[in-house]
Design a protein around this ligand. Structure first.
Ligand SMILES: NC(=O)c1ccc[n+]([C@@H]2O[C@H](COP(=O)([O-])OP(=O)(O)OC[C@H]3O[C@@H](n4cnc5c(N)ncnc54)[C@H](O)[C@@H]3O)[C@@H](O)[C@H]2O)c1
Length: 347
């Protein structure tokens, strides 16, 4: 078996290292980001940015960033040298309808799915900060033919705790998007209720404790707003194919919540923002609503200081923020403190 992981970002690299342990010497990775590839090569990983070097691949596992129309996926498919008999598993989250386009693309190249090549969609469901590897969660698999499903089963059953097969590949596409949008809506609801509690002088944590004492209910925390890459992206995927006032309302609720944090602060203040990473416990500033908040507060004429236990002062300064640890904290008087766990409660 010769396996290639396409796209070596958060998901793909985790998958690459996981499989490299399972199948020593049989795994190679490809990414179009040259600097990422050089960095990984310098650490001894078997990776390349040259698709022409990838011959004889039996299993392609595709985890590139999606692109808003799935364009990164098609860019990769165009470059892959696909041999008859190979399995292509698309693991990226897809805008609904993409697998039909994948099928048309491959048939246009003369391949018959389920006979010449085997194509499946097995979307990722990892929760970074909770799962250790991308293979720790049950996975959903869909395909166009039974033969494709059978080939997928042979590969994934030994790797994942549970493989949930669906007969319609569109269900596999939609399942991942719906999973994320469901969470989006839950958070938007939490934002609305938290806002109401603050207006009424009630403690939201107490409300959560009370509501969540029943096992089938979970009222979520709210943080700085709905960030990260996946939830907003997957909401936009779903809204494109499924117009809905509920979805529209959830997006508006999130925007209103983020605006309210900024409006409550006003302008001309010294503000300390506690917690900057895109989510608690994950050291990453990309797609962070904390970063958006800092920039919005600065734009409204405030001086903003930041702290985050995951980042050193030097790292925060290097990323363009005023780290509170770099100043004598007592010198900053009349400072407002915003905490990511209680973003609407200003201290
Ligand atoms: N990060 C998560 O928690 C998470 C969870 C579930 C699903 N997903 C989905 O998994 C996919 C990947 O997410 P990620 O977080 O790893 O993204 P990422 O941005 O961290 O990494 C994506 C990588 O794909 C590479 N890439 C783009 N086009 C390419 C091409 N044509 N050929 C080869 N490489 C290419 C990029 O250079 C980048 O290194 C996305 O579809 C995402 O929605 C992510």
């Amino acid at each position: 078996m010769k396996i290639c992981v396409v796209g070596l970002g958060n998901i793909g690299f985790n998958l690459f290292t996981y499989l490299s342990h399972k199948f020593p010497g049989e795994v190679i990775g490809v990414d179009v980001n040259e600097s990422r590839v050089s960095e990984l090569r310098s650490k001894g990983y078997r990776v390349t940015s040259d698709y022409r070097a990838l011959t004889g691949i039996k299993v392609w596992l595709m985890a590139p960033s999606t692109g808003n129309q799935g364009q990164n996926l098609f860019a990769a498919l165009k470059q892959m040298i696909i041999f008859p008999g190979s399995l292509i598993s698309i693991e990226s989250t897809l805008p609904p309808g993409t697998m039909r386009r994948v099928r048309e693309f491959l048939e246009g190249k003369g391949f018959e799915l389920g006979t010449d090549i085997f194509v499946i969609h097995v979307p990722h469901r990892v929760m970074f900060g909770v799962d250790k590897t991308v293979c720790d969660t049950p996975r959903v698999m869909g395909a166009f033919t039974k033969a494709c499903l059978e080939k997928g089963r042979q590969f994934y059953v030994p790797l994942v705790p549970l493989l949930v097969e669906v007969s319609d590949v569109r269900i596999a596409e939609l399942s991942k998007v719906v999973e994320n949008v469901k969470r989006y809506i839950d958070i938007a609801f939490a934002q609305e209720i938290y806002g109401y509690c603050v207006t009424q002088g009630m403690d939201y944590d107490d409300l959560r404790m009370a509501v969540n004492s029943k096992s089938n209910v979970e009222l979520l925390g709210t943080d700085w707003g709905i960030g990260g890459e996946c939830l907003p992206k997957d909401m936009s995927f779903l809204r494109t194919v499924c117009p809905s006032t509920l979805l529209e309302g959830a997006e508006q609720a999130d925007q209103d919540y983020r605006d309210r944090i900024v409006n409550q602060v006003g302008s001309g203040k010294e503000v300390l923002v506690r917690g900057l990473s895109y989510k608690t416990g994950v050291k990453d500033l990309k797609h962070s609503r904390g970063v958006d908040l800092v920039r919005a507060l600065e734009a409204t004429g405030n001086t903003v200081w930041v702290e985050d236990p995951l980042f050193s002062s030097a790292e925060l300064s290097g990323a363009g923020f005023n780290s509170i640890n770099e100043v004598d904290q007592d010198q900053v008087v009349d400072r407002l403190v915003l905490d990511r766990q209680k973003a609407l409660d200003i201290k």
